[in-house]
Design a protein around this ligand. Sequence first.
Ligand code: 5GP
Ligand code: ZN
Length: 115
Amino acid sequence: MPTNCLFCRIAANEQPATRLYEDDDVIAIRDIAPRAPTHILLIPRRHIASALDLTDAEGPLLGRLFAVAADLARSEGIADDGYRLASNVGRWGGQTVDHLHIHLMGGRAFEWPPG
Ligand code: 5GP
Ligand code: ZN
């Protein structure tokens, strides 16, 4: 585990976060600077730098991340109106934390394409 990685530290409970869900493979936390009424981050415990590093081997892990997102969308009350899932990759993709995460955002309408 990279000791200076923010999401590795949050996953290891070395850094505080509002945790909504966790299991052996995945954690879900509230974004510290929400851009929507509901803004949750789905994070694999294992350090993966970004979606650029994913292979077929991560298929089950990705399924778990999306399933947890769906469960949280229901429990947060945003499932019926719809929501946005996004994973930013690299500099031009807008990634600021280099540990794979999926944004779950809802509670308002979103533009397409994003800015
Ligand atoms: P990215 O910009 O990499 O797509 O997403 C990183 C997200 O992490 C941003 O939405 C940012 O607000 C969030 N974030 C940054 N630092 C922290 C933190 O210390 N705690 C939590 N819960 N979220 C953070
Ligand atoms: Zn990490």
